[in-house]
Design a protein around this ligand. Structure first.
Ligand SMILES: N[C@@H](CCC(=O)N[C@@H](CS)C(=O)NCC(=O)O)C(=O)O
Length: 243
C-alpha cells in the first residue's frame, strides 16, 4: 500500500495511445474509471514510423503502452490489470473480489480477442458477392457468439458481465461493440439491436452512457470513414486480426 501511494505521488504515468484504436480505448476507459492522473501521448498508427525510443519500450510497436516510472507495460488486457493492481487503493474495484470471479473475468477477456474480435472483423471484411454461403456462415457464427455473451450477462444476474458492477471484462468488449455496431450496420446491413438479445442490448445501452465510454468513443461518422478505408485495403487481414 505504501509503495502504491509513493508511485501515485511521485511518478507520472504516460499513456501512449491513438484515439482510433479500440485496444487503447480499453486502457483509456480504465484510467478514467480509476480516476487516475495521466499524461496522454498520441502515437501515429499504420506506418512503419515507430521511433527507436518507442520500439525500445514496446518491441511490438503497439498502443496502448504505459510508462510508469521505470515500468513499461503493453498489451491492453495486461495494461488494465497493471493499472488496477497499482491503483487498488482508489476504492474503485474493476476486478471482482473473489478469485473465482476474477477467473471468470479473465476467461471473458481472452474470449473477446479470440472470438468476438475475430468473428466480427471476419464477417465485416467478407465480401458477400464473392461467396454468399460463406457470408451466411460467418454471420451465424457471429450471432452464436453474441448469444453466448447475452447468456453470460443474463447469468450474472446484473447489468454487467460479472453482476452489478463494471469490471475489466466489460471494458474489454465495449470498444469493439461501439465500432462493430456502426460498421456492421453500415457495411453489412446487420443490426445488433434487431437481434433478440435483451441482456446484451441492455448492457450496451447502460455501458455506453458511462462518461468513460462516451468520452473515449469514436463518432459514428469517424467509424464509417475509418472502416471504409480499412475495408478497402484489407486492413484486418494485413494486421493479422483475422486469417
Ligand atoms: N493485442 C494488442 C493489440 C494492440 C494493437 O494491435 N494496436 C494497434 C492499433 S489498434 C497498433 O498499435 N498497431 C501498430 C500500428 O498501427 O502502428 C493489445 O491488446 O494491446
Amino acid at each position: 500500500m505504501m509503495s502504491n501511494t509513493l508511485d501515485r505521488d511521485s511518478q507520472t504515468l504516460y499513456f501512449y495511445f491513438n484515439p482510433n484504436c479500440p485496444y487503447a480505448q480499453r486502457s483509456w476507459i480504465t484510467l478514467l474509471e480509476l480516476g487516475m492522473a495521466f499524461e496522454p501521448v498520441e502515437i501515429e498508427l499504420g506506418k512503419d514510423n515507430k521511433t527507436d525510443w518507442f520500439r525500445a519500450m514496446n518491441p511490438n510497436g503497439t498502443v496502448p503502452t504505459v510508462k510508469h516510472g521505470e515500468t513499461v507495460v503493453y498489451e491492453s488486457l495486461v495494461v488494465n490489470e497493471y493499472l488496477c493492481e497499482v491503483f487498488d487503493g482508489n476504492k474503485v474495484a474493476l476486478m471482482p473480489s473473489t478469485a473465482g470471479d476474477r477467473a471468470k473475468a479473465r476467461i471473458l477477456m481472452s474470449r473477446c480477442d479470440a472470438r468476438l474480435v475475430k468473428l466480427g472483423y471476419s464477417y465485416l471484411s467478407h465480401k458477400r458477392d464473392e461467396d454468399a454461403a460463406r457470408d451466411d456462415q460467418l454471420r451465424s457464427q457471429l450471432e452464436e457468439e453474441l448469444c453466448f455473451l447475452d447468456k453470460a450477462i443474463g447469468e450474472s444476474g446484473g447489468t454487467y458481465f460479472l453482476g452489478d458492477n463494471l469490471t475489466l471484462a466489460d471494458i474489454a468488449f465495449i470498444p469493439f461493440f461501439q465500432r462493430m455496431s456502426v460498421a456492421l450496420e453500415n457495411f453489412k446491413d446487420f443490426e445488433l439491436k434487431s437481434l433478440d438479445l435483451s441482456h446484451l442490448n441492455t448492457w450496451f445501452e447502460a455501458i455506453s452512457k458511462r462518461d468513460s465510454c462516451a468520452q473515449t468513443q469514436m463518432s459514428p461518422k469517424q467509424i464509417q470513414e475509418v472502416y471504409a478505408r480499412f475495408l478497402k485495403i484489407d486492413y484486418f487481414k494485413r494486421i493479422g486480426a483475422i486469417n
